[in-house]
Design a protein around this ligand. Structure first.
Ligand code: UD1
Ligand code: UDP
Length: 401
């Protein structure tokens, strides 16, 4: 493979750079979780040349994150289409990655997580002859339909990748069970914690104008924060979720449900149809990352089907009810801060009311403990790559710019 991979002729100022890293991502959560890693590599320009390719599988929701972390893409494939389907998105990513990979000829490509960008980006990178690195590797439900299509995206990416950065020991074990060579797996913690630690103090102390406005509306009422977007919940699942939220809102007039609604039209339609015009339901646009962290910190409980939110909430001591039947993130369930409630209307209502009313249960679930990381995941990944290249890194404070 390496035989036909020629090194790109570099401009003079870059001739001393030895290791070419390309980051490929496309959606909001990938961007949040890749941002601190990009920053960590950029701290060592004597060793690494860093380029960023966004597929823009998401557009507005991706740009919000790029703005906050002050990251500029070197290549923007601009692939999002309204109501896009998986066939064209997958094909377009692979096709459009070709000139990027052929031009930059990276030594290492980093993909993240389980999206279509992750899976198609890893295949294209494999074709290019680069070494492919999977960040947030090894999460599994072993149920190919849940989450759909993410479980299969992860499994394919795991097959294709050369190096696997697993957030927890459980995810490492999953990879070893698939006969992945242990020397290629590193347990790092999840970079989502690095991102959160980088941002949280500033965000809470300096709320944006948008937050100040919402804050006025909320007054001192308790907040139930909601997000949801999973494909396997589209259709009937979302209708049941919205009916449950409606019942909870009508029975809790002294509380607010705050719901930043994902831009996917298959989510927008039922949410707006069933929940708009309920006085104590605040349906808002997807929040900028910094505003969302503020809101997570402000709320009492979270109801979600999001992966990333499940990982962040324990750091802020917020109990989470997860509207899914399976999870590839069992650690917080075991730690007792997350409970799976599925998408049955009556169960969502019962579990939410119980958590709001049973103070003993609430206290137990809101303890501050995060099994997903210690904020040093990015450092570990940079060290690992440097070591592969026979280099040693001295870390300063990675995220202070
Ligand atoms: C995608 C990922 C999912 C991830 C989620 C994070 C796949 C198949 N799905 O789901 O794994 O958990 O992102 O949020 O990779 N849209 C906009 N603007 C945006 C983003 C989306 O208008 O900034 C709308 C568009 O109509 C788009 C649709 O949402 O076609 C669906 O986007 P897509 O990325 O295919 O799926 P998500 O449900 O966002
Ligand atoms: N998030 C955000 N704004 C919002 C809702 C969520 O910035 O309005 C962030 C959240 O903090 C987390 C990530 O988006 O880091 C989760 O993304 P999402 O739920 O879309 O995807 P998943 O994690 O399920 O793949």
């Amino acid at each position: 493979m390496k035989a036909y991979k020629k090194r790109l002729k570099l401009p003079l100022y870059e001739t001393h750079i030895m290791i070419k890293n390309l980051f490929i991502f496309g959606t909001r959560p990938e961007a949040i979780k890749m941002a601190p890693l990009i920053k960590a590599f950029q701290k060592h320009p004597e060793l690494f040349s860093v380029k960023i390719c966004v597929t823009a599988q998401h557009r507005e929701m991706l740009d919000q994150v790029l703005d906050f972390f002050e990251i500029t893409a070197d290549y923007d494939l601009d692939l999002m289409r309204p109501n896009q389907n998986l066939y064209t998105l997958t094909a377009n990513i692979i096709t459009e990655m070709m000139p990027v990979l052929e031009t930059f000829q990276p030594d290492y490509v980093f993909v993240h997580g389980d999206t279509t960008t992750t899976m198609a980006g890893s295949i294209a990178s494999f074709y290019s002859g680069a070494k492919v690195c999977h960040v947030e590797a090894g999460l599994r439900t072993h149920n190919k339909l849940s989450p759909f299509p993410e479980e299969i995206n992860r499994q394919i990416t795991g097959r294709v990748c050369d190096y696997h950065f697993a957030p927890t020991m459980t995810s490492k074990q999953n990879l070893l069970q698939e006969n992945i060579n242990e020397d290629t797996v590193l347990v790092t913690g999840n970079t989502v914690i690095d991102a959160l630690q980088h941002s949280v103090e500033r965000v809470i102390q300096e709320p944006s104008a948008h937050i100040k406005k919402i804050s006025k509306t909320l007054g001192n009422k308790e907040v139930i924060l909601v997000t949801g977007h999973r494909r396997e919940n589209h259709g009937d699942g979302f209708i049941r979720i919205c009916e449950a939220l409606k019942a909870i809102a009508l029975n809790n007039k002294d509380r607010f449900i705050v719901y930043p609604v994902h831009l996917n039209p298959k989510v927008q339609e039922p949410v707006n149809r069933i929940l708009a015009h309920i006085e104590n339901v605040l349906l808002i646009e997807p929040m900028a990352y910094q505003d969302f962290i503020w809101m997570m910190n402000r709320c009492k409980i979270i109801i979600t089907d999001s992966g990333g939110v499940q990982e962040e909430a324990p750091s802020l001591g917020k109990p989470v009810l997860v509207m899914r039947d399976t999870t590839e993130r069992p650690e917080a369930v075991e730690a007792g801060t997350v409970v799976l409630v599925g998408t049955d209307k009556e169960i969502i209502i019962k579990e939410t009311l119980d958590l709001l009313q049973n103070s003993e249960r609430f206290e137990k679930m809101s303890k501050l403990h995060n099994p997903y990381g210690d904020g040093k995941a990015c450092e570990r990944i940079v060290d690992f790559i440097a070591k592969l290249e026979g280099k040693k890194i001295t870390h300063k404070n990675e995220f202070k710019s």
